[in-house]
Design a protein. Sequence first.
Length: 182
Amino acid sequence: MSPTAHADPCGGDWAIGIGGLGDNTSSVFVPFVNQPVGYNSLDPMSGLNELDRLFWSHRNQCPGDHIRLIGHSEGAGILHAWVTAHQDVGNANAILLSDPKRAPGPGWGGLSSTPGSGIVGYPLAGVDDWFGGFPVLTVCNRDDQICDTSAGWWGYFFGGAHSRYDFNVWNYGPWDSGVWYR
């Protein structure tokens, strides 16, 4: 069951957030989105299915709304796979924070690029940037091992690299695209 939506529907601009491993209620985004995704983070397909359901439910209810999607870590990987499968959807954008499916450049690819990562399967296996015309902004801290495997684990475990992101979806533009590697 998903957490309860925070705002009236059909406000013109609406946001969905999906958290990472262990954040089954997407609590990192609760203050900043209209709808956090509730899912079992040990079952990434449940997150993908719930994200899909929430997106299309709102799109059908409010076809004119711009829908902002934001994901962190595993949630970014799930959102990444969703966007890849829905490249032609209009009036929406995605922000991927610490995306394990991030393609190399700058830096190395995300954690899903490591040998043996394919065992986790879809939607988290492999790296790419197959977003078509869908506006996607990928944000990766250069010392965050999850989105850049050249970083090593020090920044992740001791440097705060994995939590040093702006989780407020409204601080990003509705059409921002590209890679912020900082």
